[in-house]
Design a protein around this ligand. Structure first.
Ligand SMILES: [Zn+2]
Length: 293
């Protein structure tokens, strides 16, 4: 199969996840991003695959050597806000300030010639109410977004959108705006199964579903000509992730289920599909369609 899929890592700390962030006081925010990222880096090296690392700026600032090493290894460095606050909690003005802060920071760390082109909103919070982010990103030179989760869940998501990369309409984020595009959207993968829509290949869903089901679903997407994006957080594949006490059984399950088994599952997926950083996967898709990015 020749479709190039996008491999992505949201580089944030274990305490950034929306379910736990308000329960971890500043003093207990154990820093372990480098350790937590090590198993993923080892796996990517062994598989000879490169990825997009969507960095939270406040994490990037703490690990300039790590960022340079990833960049030198051919991975893409992209933007996941400075503070990991959802867009609706941040507002447009603060978001524009974070874009500028990230540009300055990456300029310091990777040199003035570097400018990020990809963005993912924390907790998939780009939706009809936060569509001001599209113009802000486009004006700052961004080329694509990967935040649209085409399934409404209690925490996030919008009801539907094209399953393939499309031009984000600033008026309606679920619609392909054709010519008046500001930014490409590379949506998260959701597989229609009869009347159901099943989210695949990322975060909790990657940890939850058996490998055989994931492979079946991802093959179906690629067979339909749909490139998918796979996403994972460093804390989801690191056995040393601290467990926050007093979560409800449901929140605890969503946050910690199968952290030990996910790396092996990821290897099973990487073995069977073609992957590249999102910028390249998007380029390959547009080229296959005879379109210009
Ligand atoms: Zn995130």
């Amino acid at each position: 199969m020749n479709i190039v899929n996008a491999l992505t890592v949201d580089v944030e700390a274990w305490y950034h996840a929306e379910i736990v962030r308000h329960r971890v006081p500043e003093t207990e925010r154990l820093r372990q991003v480098e350790e937590a990222l090590a198993p993923l880096r080892h796996l990517f090296r062994r598989q000879g695959v490169r990825a997009t690392f969507f960095f939270v700026g406040e994490i990037l600032r703490l690990h300039p050597a790590l960022v340079r090493a990833l960049h030198d290894e051919g991975h893409e460095i992209a933007f996941h806000t400075m503070s990991h606050r959802p867009l609706h909690k941040m507002g447009e003005q603060a978001f524009r300030a974070e874009i500028a802060a990230f540009a300055e920071l990456t300029g310091d760390v990777l040199g003035e010639g570097f400018s990020p082109v990809g963005f993912r909103a924390p907790t998939f919070s780009l939706n009809q109410h936060t569509n001001w982010a599209i113009r802000a990103l486009s004006e700052a030179g961004y080329r694509y977004d990967s935040s649209i989760f085409p399934l409404r869940t209690p925490l996030y998501g919008v009801d539907r959108c094209p399953p393939v990369p499309y031009r984000l309409s600033p008026e309606d984020v679920t619609r392909d705006s054709e010519k008046s595009s500001l930014l490409w959207e590379f949506p998260l993968p959701v597989l229609p199964v009869g009347p159901l829509k099943v989210p695949l290949a990322g975060g909790f869903y990657l940890r939850l579903f058996p490998l055989s089901l994931l492979l079946w679903g991802l093959r179906r997407l690629n067979a339909d000509g749909i490139p998918f994006t796979l996403y994972v957080h460093p804390w989801e594949t690191y056995p040393g992730t601290p467990h926050v006490a007093n979560l409800s059984p449901q929140d605890s399950f969503i946050t910690y289920h199968n952290i030990d088994g996910t790396l092996l599952k990821l290897a099973g997926i990487l073995n069977r599909f073609r992957f590249a950083p999102m910028e390249k996967a998007l380029g390959a898709y547009l080229e296959s369609r005879g379109e210009e990015g």
